[in-house]
Design a protein around this ligand. Sequence first.
Ligand code: CA
Ligand code: CA
Ligand code: CA
Length: 88
Amino acid sequence: MFALLALLACASTPDCQDLWYLDFDDDGYGGEMAVEACVAPAGFVANDLDCDDTDSLTFPGGDEVDNGLDDDCSGIVDDLDWSGKQTT
Ligand SMILES: [Ca+2]
Ligand SMILES: [Ca+2]
Ligand SMILES: [Ca+2]
């Protein structure tokens, strides 16, 4: 019965082609792992913008600090000026 319901649900929504990306560190930005589904599974988000999905402090727009890592996903490690301010 449940299998039949699932089948019907799938047949009635033929364009369930949305990609959802696993947000492992729960910062709102997904990593590279993706699944196809009609609605976002728990823990998945609609973007794949996280450059380090194992660190919840590293995401686009995050605070860059002098630590040898690209904390704000700008593509540049420690892009800080002489006063310690972010340059990008
Ligand atoms: Ca993330
Ligand atoms: Ca950066
Ligand atoms: Ca850094």
